[in-house]
Design a protein around this ligand. Structure first.
Ligand SMILES: [Fe+2]
Length: 508
């Protein structure tokens, strides 16, 4: 009933301002706000607001049951939950060519302020979101969550719900927001039949990628996490295809035109993420790496370790792995990162990226190159150039944030991992998965063979970090059971907490 009253109020409000209401009221068959709202990319005077109109989000054509025409969407931003007075507002067109997604870049707001936002279209009102602008100067505190790897069929998004309840200032998503492939039948039945991916096949077309994002975005826990805070997102491999590298496909199954698939995947990724127009892809290219500052307290270098990398080496192929020309970032991004690190404007510099940065060697011995060739271990000289680069530039507090491996890990970064007394030169926090299962690596054995690795947890979850000028604190949060549908039966706990003191690299 409350919703009905609100809608009647809204309709009368629209009638009073008929000049802005070019779309006839109730032209759509139902509310188009089925996929929630999102924000991202905060600056000192604004952010991106996102939504997608879809009256029937699971339609097989990926078009959300929307008419084949532009639809007007009004957006409103206010410091008050009552939306009076408005701090900013406007009207944009949701276009069929963008699957009726909306990206609004809001500017002209106050630094370091909290805002509420919402959308209105066709007489329907979206859920509200909360978002903050970045502060100017040295803020006393920043909180952010980071997460990765949310395979829909592998569980329920309880971790997203708890992440939202923490009310962080920011959320970093470090890759594998969707998975291109459903649960492999060789792994047994889907853990819970109500979480079956649609369509029931590996996705390759634009319609199919759009449908997969729509299915994720219908999840109320994921909607809550997006509505709670602005996100900084990067992709990893599964937004396109397992283990892809530049123009090389990772899997040969299913067969097909990889460039066409990549074009479709990147387009659907952009459509569904709260990114700026500067990140809009052109064909198979997407300018994704970028910097976002939180005043003088923190700077986030969001990296792309997929698009410019050399193809993965074969397992244990030391000759290829140790080729000094190999790169995970590409030369242009590497220079961009090091140039950015040379600017002394942040107390804490975070590298938000996808794959394991510190060494993770099967037996802890240098001769065999028994490492993951998809991670930085497969590109050790590329890693060395970044680490030497931050040392040369006297970066005050370099912190690497990582996803990908479906387990929480914590690591001390060194220049020589085989030398027990080599100094610690940085810190890495690897976040486990929202739902994706273990990849089978023997966690405890790795800790023994790699003493710079300090912690591993197999439980699903996310990480919550508090940053002050004096120290950083990361909590590894776990949920008790990602396969349990009933939220009342799932608890949140902190499995481990680490601190890093200003000016002193390494886990404390
Ligand atoms: Fe993953």
């Amino acid at each position: 009933m409350a919703q009905l009253n609100r809608r009647i109020f809204l309709l009368s409000g629209l009638a009073a301002t008929a000049a802005t209401a070019a779309t006839p009221a109730r032209a759509l068959s139902a509310s188009p706000f089925t996929l929630g709202v999102a924000s991202g990319e905060p600056s000192t005077d604004g952010f991106v607001l996102w939504t997608r109109l879809a009256v029937a989000p699971l339609n097989g054509d990926g078009l959300g049951g929307m008419p084949n025409r532009d639809v007007e969407v009004r957006w409103e931003v206010s410091e008050n939950e009552s939306f009076a007075p408005l701090a900013a507002s406007g009207t944009v067109l949701a276009r069929p060519s963008d699957a009726h997604t909306v990206h609004v870049e809001v500017g002209g707001l106050k630094a370091g302020a909290k805002y509420f936002y919402r959308f209105i279209s066709d007489g329907h009102e979206s859920p509200q979101g909360t978002v903050g602008t970045a502060p100017s100067g040295l803020a006393s505190k920043l909180t952010f969550a980071f997460a990765s790897c949310a395979h829909y069929e592998h569980g329920f998004f309880h971790a997203y719900r708890y992440m939202a309840q923490d009310k962080p200032d920011l959320v970093l998503f470090l890759g594998d927001y969707i998975y291109e492939a459903p649960w492999r039948t060789s792994a047994g039945p889907v853990p819970n039949p109500s979480r079956k991916y649609l369509p029931r096949k590996e996705v390759t077309t634009l319609a199919e990628y759009r449908l997969r994002y729509a299915q994720h975005r219908m999840d109320p826990n994921l909607q809550a996490a997006h509505a709670a805070a602005p996100w900084l997102v990067v992709f990893d491999d599964h937004e396109v295809e397992n283990n892809w590298a530049a123009d090389h496909r990772g899997d040969n199954d299913p067969a097909g035109d990889f460039k066409a698939r990549k074009t479709a995947a990147l387009r659907a990724f952009y459509e569904n993420m709260p990114l700026r127009a500067a990140q809009r892809p052109t064909g198979t290219a997407i300018p994704l790496y970028r910097r976002v500052s939180w005043g003088q307290l923190a700077r986030f270098h969001m990296l792309d370790t997929r698009q410019y990398r050399w193809k993965q080496a074969a397992a244990k192929d030391c000759g290829v792995i140790r080729d000094p020309r190999r790169t995970l970032t590409g030369d242009v991004q590497e220079k961009w990162l090091l140039d950015g690190l040379a600017q002394p404007s942040a107390r804490w510099d975070f590298l938000g990226q996808q794959v394991f940065f510190a060494q993770r060697d099967d037996d802890g011995k240098p001769a065999t190159c028994d490492v993951s060739t998809d991670a930085w271990d497969g590109y050790p000289h590329s890693r060395d150039r970044i680490v030497q680069g931050w040392l040369d530039r006297k970066v005050r507090n370099p912190i690497v944030l990582t996803g990908d491996v479906h387990r929480h890990w914590a690591a001390n970064i060194k220049q020589d991992y085989f030398a027990a007394n080599a100094p610690v030169v940085g810190t890495e926090f690897v976040v486990g998965s929202i739902t994706s299962p273990n990849d089978g690596v023997p966690g405890a054995a790795y800790l023994k063979a790699n003493p710079h690795l300090r912690f591993v947890s197999q439980r699903r979850g996310y990480a919550h970090t508090t940053v002050t000028p004096e120290k950083l604190t990361t909590q590894y949060v776990t949920v008790s059971n990602a396969l349990e549908p009933n939220p009342a039966k799932v608890t949140r706990s902190v499995a481990k907490t680490y601190t890093v003191a200003d000016g002193k690299p390494g886990l404390g």
